[in-house]
Design a protein around this ligand. Structure first.
Ligand code: NDP
Ligand code: HSE
Length: 450
């Protein structure tokens, strides 16, 4: 900041004799002008007067950092474009990072904070990997870090968990937080596509990247789960402590069987607090068609929160896309701007709780196990005994007959268990697979919700 000049960046404004004068504009720097950044730039331009009225000072976009300034960008003043992101962040009051990835996003945000700017980011990968470094730097500088868009795009979920539920005790969060995989699974269920065809369709529609790994292998959802769990349980949940399974093992047959037993397959991010600690995991699961999450179709997201006093809450909407995500980013920009105009800061990291993060093998879940067995007397009893030996209790069994090799009759068993640990279930499945009468274990899927 210029020496002696009194601006909104000073926090609580002293009475410097300028009250009643036009408010000092806040300088906004935008890092990235892709899917999200281009929409942030548009909203800052189109809603300039409304935003000024809401904040109490104009929000002036002073520059947009990109890799290539020669790419034509609709509605963007080319004079704002720069490749000098480092220089740009040093002359802003609020820096919006929508580049993505770890670097240079992290260095640029730390530099912005070091220069006294508040920052807004949509970067779940960076926050899950190294959020505490950003929060500590912001604390030292007395500025804000906002990140509503990092989890579930347009859906307000960071603010509700971080602020609205700050007086409650969150027990559990179950979310569909990746639109691409939800679209893929939905297409498999409704259009009877196999996984590859559904992923190709998601790519054609722009939901999935050319390399869909981050979505289909659950990395994107795991980052969001780590962020939500950290906020909900007031602790740091490192990304490496999130158990992660993607959807690549889900077959068209799994989806068809799910439907026949009154379920849909969803990729879920689950964060739950138990008496022993917290469990944070991402995996596909069967969700009963009676559960609210089962109705989340296409690329939509939804997050189901259970809190001790509030009870059950559900948040639903668009988890991705330029304009929806930009809406969440702009909400954060307004919050950060208001704090600068009025003085004070937004919420800071709350990580006082020192709860252990439990291994996935300790998580208690119901399972649906599908196996092919030889259709002869006593086989069901053998299978049931294998489950009982491992302390896994059967809730329901369904059997159908199919023609096997030669004249053999094959029975297809669909068993739903009561809650068991991952470890117990894994040992059970190994034992079942080893029985002479068992021809194949066709799938093992967790079941969430009653
Ligand atoms: P894009 O790939 O569409 O845009 C990235 C932008 O960053 C581009 O404008 C690119 O410049 C610029 N950029 C890349 N590297 C640099 C660099 N070294 N210096 C300066 N600029 C750089 O990404 P998205 O808009 O899709 O995503 C941005 C962030 O938002 C990510 O963190 C993502 O996870 C998050 N997000 C995205 C959602 C979505 O629906 N897309 C939803 C929720 C969050 P150039 O244009 O010149 O290549
Ligand atoms: N790739 C993400 C999704 C969007 O499919 O939901 C960004 O978080």
């Amino acid at each position: 900041m210029e020496g002696g000049e009194v601006t909104a960046v000073d926090g609580v404004r002293p009475d410097d004799g300028t009250r009643g004068a036009a408010p000092t504009p806040l300088r906004v720097a935008l890092l990235g002008c892709g899917v999200v950044g281009s929409q942030v730039a548009r909203l800052l331009r189109e809603q300039h007067d409304d935003l000024a009225a809401r904040v109490g000072a104009p929000l002036d976009l002073v520059g947009i950092a990109v890799r290539d300034v020669d790419v034509p960008r609709e509605g963007v003043d080319p004079a704002l474009l720069t490749t000098d992101a480092e220089g740009l962040v040093a002359r802003a009051d609020i820096v919006v990072e929508v580049i993505g990835g770890l670097e240079p996003a992290r260095s640029l945000l730390l530099r912005a904070i070091g220069c006294g700017a508040s920052v807004v980011t949509a970067n779940k990968a960076l926050l899950a990997e190294d959020g505490p470094t950003l929060y500590a730097a912001a604390d030292a500088a007395g500025v804000d870090v906002y990140f509503e868009a990092a989890v579930a795009g347009a859906i307000p979920i960071v603010r509700p968990v971080r602020e609205s539920l700050a007086g409650d005790r969150v027990r559990r969060i179950v979310g569909i937080v990746n639109g691409t995989t939800n679209y893929v699974l939905d297409q498999m269920a409704t259009e009877r596509l196999d996984l590859d065809a559904a992923v190709a369709q998601a790519q054609a529609l722009g939901y999935a990247e050319a390399d869909p790994t981050a979505d289909v292998e659950g990395y994107d959802a795991a980052a969001k789960a780590a962020i939500l769990a950290s906020l909900a349980f007031h602790m740091r949940v490192p990304l490496e402590d999130v158990h992660r399974e993607g959807i690549t093992a889900i077959t068209a047959e799994d989806v068809t069987w799910a439907a026949s037993t009154g379920h849909v397959v969803k990729l879920l991010a689950i964060a739950e607090r138990t008496d022993d600690g917290v469990s944070v995991r991402v995996h596909p699961a069967l969700v009963p068609t009676t559960h609210p999450l089962s109705g989340v179709r296409g690329a939509f997201n939804a997050v189901f929160v259970e809190a001790e006093s509030a009870g059950e809450l559900m948040f639903y909407g668009r988890g991705a896309g330029g304009a929806p995500t930009a809406s969440a980013v702009l909400g954060d920009v307004v919050s950060a701007a208001r704090n600068r105009v009025l003085g004070g800061r937004g919420p800071v990291e709350s990580s006082y709780a020192d709860l252990p993060v439990l291994p996935a093998s300790a998580a208690l879940t119901r399972y649906q196990v599908r196996i092919d067995v030889v259709d002869r007397p006593g086989v069901l009893a053998q299978v049931a005994a294998a489950l009982a030996d491992h302390g896994v209790s059967i809730e329901a069994v369904r059997q159908s007959l199919a023609a096997g090799p030669g004249d053999a009759e094959v029975a297809h068993l669909v068993m739903t268990t009561h809650s068991a640990t991952d470890a117990a279930l894994a040992a059970t499945v190994e034992a079942v697979a080893g029985l002479d009468a068992v021809l194949a274990v066709r799938s093992v899927l967790r079941v969430e919700g009653n």
